[in-house]
Write a protein that binds this ligand. Structure first.
Ligand SMILES: Cc1ncc(COP(=O)(O)O)c(C=O)c1O
Length: 391
């Protein structure tokens, strides 16, 4: 068997107006229109566009939410890159990460000059397999990135144990996991750094891009903050103490993300209720809802069902005006970009289950009627019923 093949042939997604889109952020932002205008007015009145009161409020809120210190960034990609640098990752080092993730996880490693070492994920969560991590460690391994995929945390106790045993920095990619927890301990607070995405499409997001790093070390937080602003300390505009980056978050995004964090518990409760509804509706169908392992709280960034024919199900739902998506149909080593960058693949067949997943709309902004419509359509597909007329 050749493993470096796409796990699935993905048909191009036609551009159309879906009656139920796969993601809910356009609805969320529209619903927050007044608040966005108010925050924009506050920013304009203050005349401070970076490192102002909105960013201070956001960092305080993140720290209150997750504990430790928080540093706002322009994206999770920057958060990961800067966290790896602060962790001491240098050119030529190796950083282990899972095969089923967004390319940004690996690109952040490349940005430091280190080599991404891509390993298997474990079923059913499709998160980093601790045994695969252990097997991939060499004398050059410096760090590991655990990705909490779809909103389900990786096996942090095991990953931390392996990491500590080998003196690795442990970075959590929480881009999809704001709200996830294991044994009551939030995603992002297990490793040395928790890196979040507040891209508009996440469960909590600004108007465009945003991110943050959480860490329990004030010293690391101070260095991270400096790195987000070209290596400068606050108030020292012309002194660059470090090779920094342009990674400071704008005030408008910061204000909106801070406001959304307040609402996030209610949104998470709604996502969880929708997930329970789907899980009950699919109980007798060959469509497996995401499994939540004991002790875990799922953040339901994605509701990824495991089904034998994800392409067929996606096409059937498209006929009913329901958009779905595959996250991620290709494992990292199968991406064209990896023909051009240095990486090592330690991927075996165990990661292949990623191609069987299809993500259904399951966001907080869905109405009850829409949730019912999706559940019925999935049922019709699974039972072979023709169902109602396609829209
Ligand atoms: C798992 C994962 N890691 C990293 C990222 C990168 O986040 P950002 O778009 O904020 O840079 C994403 C984003 O979409 C992601 O899903």
């Amino acid at each position: 068997m050749t493993l470096l093949q796409p796990t699935l042939a993905v048909p191009p997604v036609p551009s159309r107006n879906w009656s139920i889109p796969a993601e809910g952020h356009a609805r969320r932002v529209r619903a927050l229109r007044r608040e966005v205008h108010r925050i924009a007015d506050e920013v304009i009145d203050a005349g401070t566009f970076h490192f102002g009161p909105q960013t201070a409020r956001l960092e305080q809120r993140i720290a209150a939410h997750w504990g430790g210190a928080a540093v706002a960034t322009t994206s999770c990609t920057q958060a990961l890159t800067l966290a790896l640098r602060v962790a001491g990752v240098r050119p030529g080092d190796e950083v282990v990460l899972p095969a089923a993730t967004f390319a940004a996880t690996a690109f952040a490693v490349c940005e430091t000059g280190a080599v991404p070492v891509i390993v298997d994920v474990a079923e059913p969560s499709l998160t980093l397999c601790p045994q695969a991590l252990r097997a991939a460690i060499t004398p050059r391994t410096r760090a590991v990135i655990a990705v909490h995929l779809h909103g389900h945390m990786a096996d942090m106790p095991e990953i931390l144990a392996v990491g500590r045993e080998h003196g690795l920095a442990v970075v959590e990619d929480c881009a999809q996991a704001a709200g996830a927890a294991l044994d009551g301990r939030a995603a992002g607070t297990w490793g040395d750094f928790g890196c979040f995405s507040f891209w508009v499409g996440k469960c909590v997001g600004g108007l465009a891009d945003g991110g943050a790093v959480v860490t329990d070390s004030a010293e690391r937080a101070a260095r991270l903050r400096r790195l987000t602003d070209m290596g400068r300390e606050r108030g020292q505009r012309h002194v660059h103490r470090d090779r920094g980056a342009r990674a400071r978050l704008g005030e408008l995004d910061a204000g909106l993300i801070a406001l959304e964090l307040e609402r996030q518990p209610a949104w998470l409760a709604r996502r969880s209720a929708i997930a329970s509804h789907y899980s009950e509706a699919f109980a007798d169908l060959p469509v497996g809802p995401p499994q939540v392992l004991p002790g875990h709280r799922h953040a339901y960034y994605k509701f990824a069902v495991d089904c034998p024919d994800p392409v067929g199900l996606g096409a059937f739902l498209a006929g009913r005006g329901i958009e779905t998506e595959q996250v991620y149909p290709y494992l990292l080593p199968d991406q064209p970009a990896f023909r051009h960058i240095e990486y090592r693949s330690r991927v075996t067949s165990r990661s292949a289950g990623a191609g069987r997943r299809l993500c259904l709309p399951a966001y907080a902004e869905l109405s009850d009627a829409e949730v019912e419509e999706v559940a019925l359509a999935v049922g019709d597909f699974a039972t072979g019923a023709k169902g109602r007329k396609a829209r």
